[in-house]
Design a protein around this ligand. Structure first.
Ligand SMILES: Nc1ncnc2c1ncn2[C@@H]1O[C@H](COP(=O)(O)OP(=O)(O)OP(=O)(O)O)[C@@H](O)[C@H]1O
Length: 280
């Protein structure tokens, strides 16, 4: 059984004449690293809200089809139960952090769920270490950089030991170095801790480098679903819907790179590709 199964799912916001998501069919296996991209208004955040229970628990609308987690409708999970299975991280780290100290920020959700103090302390240590910020445990949150705040937000979600980490443009407020470091954290959580990652991102360089599978939404429909090289080799379609193709991939395509083995997705792969082309 798939970890997540979305079957014929259509969602319309109240008073909206057209659905924000149309007939989405999608299976997610445990341990996948999935990137979701698409132009503005494509339905990416709406899909995220369907996976973490914001829809329908906090946002009403017209729903058809099903979202199943371990074969059970996500709408039958309580918000508290769901928050333990699907950890969410949003765009703006400022809006997610409410406490004065990093440790308090991580403790809050765990205290609410009634965990004993030793378990809370253990989980906080584990989560901070996993995202590489053990040294920030007693820092005031106001003194952190944007990238550090976003790592705190990821650690807070992680402290609940979720199976799925769902991130909605976690790097949109970050500079290139901050963006790269967040994706390295996600990569480690996926590879070393087996956490299923679903990340919405417009910065396709990072998706190309780290995701194992990319979904493209357009106008509420799932229009592409494949490995990064498969998706990014559909360059003309991506251009027409307004999804950026990584520059190195575009250049290599123009020079004849066409398949899984020849189409580079990262700068390093690009260097190898160009060396080979120049040698010829
Ligand atoms: N609360 C809401 N009420 C009514 N319509 C909404 C609401 N939120 C989003 N929409 C509409 O649903 C559609 C999908 O929006 P959504 O925010 O999911 O897209 P997105 O792909 O995440 O866009 P962006 O990249 O700009 O965040 C859009 O047409 C949007 O205007």
């Amino acid at each position: 059984m798939a970890l997540l199964d979305i079957k014929g799912f259509t969602f319309s916001y109240p008073r909206s004449s057209r659905p924000a998501l149309k007939n989405i069919n999608l299976s997610v296996e445990k341990g996948e690293f999935i990137g979701i991209t698409g132009p503005t208004g494509a339905g990416k955040s709406t899909l995220a809200c369907c996976l973490n229970g914001i829809i329908p628990h906090f946002q009403a609308g017209k729903i058809q089809g099903q979202v199943l987690l371990h074969g059970k409708s996500i709408f039958n999970y309580s918000p508290a139960r769901l928050s333990r299975q699907v950890g969410s991280v949003f765009q703006d780290p400022e809006a997610q952090i409410i406490f004065e100290e990093v440790e308090q920020e991580l403790a809050f959700g765990l205290e609410n769920l009634g965990f004993p103090p030793e378990e809370i302390a253990r989980r906080i240590s584990g989560a901070l270490e996993a995202v590489g910020i053990a040294g920030l445990r007693h820092r005031p949150t106001a003194a952190l950089s944007g990238g550090e705040k976003q790592r705190v937000a990821i650690a807070a979600a992680l402290a609940m030991l979720p199976e799925i980490l769902l991130l909605d443009e976690p790097a949109s407020e970050l500079d290139p170095l901050g963006t790269e470091s967040i994706f390295q954290v996600l990569n480690r959580l996926n590879k070393e801790h087996g956490i299923t990652i679903i990340v919405i991102e417009q910065k396709t360089e990072q998706l190309a480098a780290y995701a194992g599978r990319i979904l493209v939404l357009d106008g509420g429909e799932l229009v592409m679903d494949g490995e990064p090289w498969q998706v990014f080799s559909r360059m003309e379609e991506l251009d027409s819907i307004g999804v950026r193709v990584p520059e190195i991939t575009r250049l290599a395509w123009m020079l004849g790179g066409r398949d899984k083995y020849s189409l580079p997705l990262t700068a390093e792969q690009g260097r190898t590709f160009l060396e080979r082309v120049l040698r010829k």
